[in-house]
Design a protein around this ligand. Structure first.
Ligand code: KG4
Ligand code: ZN
Length: 349
């Protein structure tokens, strides 16, 4: 039996745009789950030569890529624009110039097609990337670890977010990138440090401090650890000693992972979470995945991790989060602005 030909309004067919940092992405997703297209154009090769994202260059590249990504998403999905139910876009947080390109493109589409517009919080997107591939059960605890964020988010019910802990300085991915840069590894450094750390034997890592902060705190701090790695590198250089990137990477990674795993498990327990969700670019980290998998298994807590393609920035996750608002008819006016400091809690449904 074939599916009846339903209209876009009933299908919940959302076209989403993500341009918050250095990926230009457009996706078309049905009912927040069924990904028909998820085109991502990464600017990594451009920013590599500067050792990090250059905001002005990022915005210019978004301008160059956005139309092409839109065309490709529509043709890959095999839909007509008239099939769409809504247009979603990352409203914030992110680089203001980059966000603006996506916001302007999304507004233009929404106005031309007379469709509702949905501004989406980037971190809600990272969390709801999990909903594309897993059944979520509430209350849940989400550990969001990316280049710009390190947060523990209590999600009591669909789309209801409460941040219970966050970094007081560097984000986990940012610390990875800075440590990698000091070791002469290319940008983004996280995957390189991860790869080196995997090559160390257990116990071979250079001993590094762990920032537990106050006993009851769910906050994080990675700048002391980053400084410890830089100090180890500098003193080795000054003494003319050999630098051991494998041992240093392992010591650094063990410290990051220990603190992330310990605090996530404690938070999940205290808030009665039925699942622990991992989200954001650093969710690709092998050491973190392995340690969380082992601890969650031991504690009988289901761990949800999105596939790698949905961990790093992409527009399918923005469509998945937008669906929460679309179902409730919560739309954003066309006067919407890009909000580099948008609050996740305020974005709750
Ligand atoms: O979520 P994302 O794509 O962009 C932001 O919203 O920030 O995350 C990018 C971050 C970068 O800092 C990158 O180094 C880090 O994720 N990353 C990793 C790994 N893969 C990506 N960090 C550690 N281990 C990895 N395997
Ligand atoms: Zn991100």
């Amino acid at each position: 039996m074939t599916e009846p030909n339903r209209s876009g309004k009933e299908r919940g067919l959302i076209l989403a745009v993500e341009t918050s940092c250095d990926e230009t992405s457009v996706a078309i997703v049905e009912n927040g789950r069924h990904v028909l297209a998820n085109m991502v154009s990464s600017q990594v090769d451009t920013h590599k030569r500067y050792g990090g994202v250059v905001p002005e260059i990022a915005s210019r590249q978004h301008v160059e890529s956005i139309t092409l990504m839109l065309d490709e998403a529509v043709s890959t999905a095999g839909i007509r624009l008239s099939d769409l139910s809504a247009i979603a876009v990352t409203q914030g947080p992110g680089l203001v110039g980059s966000l603006l390109v996506g916001v302007v493109a999304a507004k233009a589409l929404a106005a031309a097609l007379r469709l509702p517009l949905i501004g989406v919080h980037h971190i809600a997107g990272h969390i709801y990337a999990n909903a594309i591939v897993h059944e979520l059960e509430y209350p849940l605890m989400a550990l969001v670890v990316s280049g710009g964020h390190t947060e523990l988010v209590h999600v009591e019910a669909p789309g209801r977010f409460r941040i219970i802990g966050q970094t007081r300085d560097d984000a986990a991915g940012e610390a990875y990138d800075k440590v990698a840069r000091a070791m002469g590894l290319p940008y983004p450094g996280g995957p390189h440090v991860d790869r080196l750390a995997q090559q160390a034997e257990p116990g071979e890592g250079t001993p590094m401090p762990r920032a537990w902060l106050e006993a009851d705190s769910y906050d994080f701090s990675f700048s002391g650890l980053k400084s410890a790695v830089l100090a180890a590198l500098n003193s080795a250089k000054m003494r003319g000693d050999m630098i051991h990137p494998v041992r240093l990477s392992r010591g650094f990674q063990d410290s990051v992972v220990d603190v992330l795993v310990e605090k996530s498990l404690r938070a999940a327990k205290e808030f009665g979470a039925r699942q622990l969700l991992l989200a954001g670019g650093v969710a690709a980290n092998r050491g973190l995945r392995d340690a969380l998998t082992a601890r969650c298994e031991a504690e009988g807590l289901p761990l949800l991790v999105p596939p790698l393609s949905l961990c790093t920035d992409n527009a399918a996750m923005i469509a998945a989060a937008a669906y929460l608002k679309w179902e409730r008819g919560q739309f954003t006016p066309l006067s919407m602005k890009a909000e580099p400091l948008l609050s996740l809690e305020a974005w709750s449904v």
